[in-house]
Design a protein around this ligand. Structure first.
Ligand code: ZN
Length: 95
């Protein structure tokens, strides 16, 4: 049921949670929880890096003001653009 995003924007990711050997984040395109590997567990490993989601092919970049949280719910509440092909962020409150 998931589609490939049509957005070519590189969207910022500002909230991540640390797992054993990766950071988990919500893809700002498709809204799925993704993992990116880290070496030391420090955000400095990934800040400023850009990634492409291999599922939706959307690109995102770890923002310079990204922060680590300890509650996965805070990651899940981040907005995503799924279903929006104009690059605007969909408001989750509209559901
Ligand atoms: Zn995605």
């Amino acid at each position: 049921m998931f589609q490939t995003t049509t957005s070519k924007y590189i969207l910022p990711v500002t909230v991540l949670i640390r797992d054993k050997d990766e950071f988990l984040l919500k893809c700002p395109h498709c809204g799925r929880i993704r993992g990116i590997p880290h070496e030391t567990g420090s955000l400095h490993d990934v800040v400023g890096e850009s990634y492409e989601d291999n599922l939706c092919s959307g690109s995102f970049e770890i923002s310079y003001d990204a922060q680590l949280v300890t509650d996965i719910a805070m990651v899940e509440m981040q907005p995503c653009t799924f279903d929006s092909d104009d690059g605007k962020w969909k408001n989750d409150d509209e559901k």
